[in-house]
Design a binder for this molecule. Structure first.
Ligand SMILES: [Zn+2]
Length: 243
């Protein structure tokens, strides 16, 4: 799934950067699918393979991520192979993401909302925010890739509730979102499994995950939605896109 740099056919409109496989599907899978259906090019980067999770090994999770990517219809999915739980916000990881942002040249980046209780999610939010800034600086060299700065960064929610700045209506694609989530079969409830129980493997988790979309939708007087925090105030060129 890894791509080579400097190929304009691989640039995307929206780039989703997440700590672990399954974060993107749970947090913004409906938004991804809705945009793909409108012809928007969406790419996914997973920082780690999620190998520290209690269930499913790295190879299983990568295969599940590939299936979920197929369901969502995204342009590409790349795993950067950083160490789950132990990656750091440092010069090496900042430059790695600067390179990816300049390679894929998205207008919008979606990542974890800041402040989540899982340290990897919060680290990802910090890393992406910094990398987006540095990606626009001419004196940070990543030859032959020129500088590029996306105009918008949005953060999706994990288990922690964050008051959203905007909602995306996903009623039309909620079933496809949940199909992409269920691609991660090793993470969820498996009857008679000997694997350790986790928050995600409880029998009610998938219903709770789907129910959350309905709950968020009701805030906007819609039936299903995903909520996002804006890292800076979004600016519209056209008020008619507000329905
Ligand atoms: Zn995660």
């Amino acid at each position: 799934m890894a791509r080579t740099p400097v190929d304009s056919s691989l640039t995307v409109d929206i780039l989703v950067i997440s700590a672990h496989p399954d974060d993107a599907e749970l947090g913004c899978g409906g938004t991804i699918i809705r945009h793909v259906r409108q012809g928007v090019r969406v790419g996914l980067i997973d920082l780690t393979a999620g190998e520290m999770g209690s269930r499913g090994d790295a190879a299983t999770r990568l295969e599940e991520a590939r299936k979920a990517a197929d369901i969502m219809g995204i342009t590409f999915r790349e795993n950067l192979g950083l160490p789950d739980a132990f990656f750091e916000v440092n010069k090496e990881t900042r430059l790695l993401l600067v390179h990816k942002i300049r390679q894929y040249r998205p207008q919008v980046i979606i990542t974890s909302a800041p402040g989540d209780r899982h340290p990897d999610h919060d680290k990802t939010a910090r890393l992406v925010k910094e990398a987006v800034f540095w990606a626009g600086m001419h004196r940070i060299p990543t030859p032959p890739l020129p500088p590029h700065r996306p105009h918008t960064i949005l953060g999706y929610m994990h288990a922690d509730y964050v008051k959203p700045d905007l909602l995306v209506d996903i009623e039309a694609v909620i079933d496809q979102k949940m199909a992409a989530v269920r691609a991660y079969a090793s993470q969820f409830h498996i009857p008679d499994s000997n694997a350790p129980e986790t928050f995600l493997s409880q029998p009610g988790f998938l219903r709770a995950a789907e129910g959350r979309a309905y709950g968020i939708g009701l805030w906007g007087h819609r039936y299903a939605a995903e909520g996002f925090v804006a890292f800076k105030i979004p600016v519209l060129n056209n008020l008619l896109c507000l329905e």
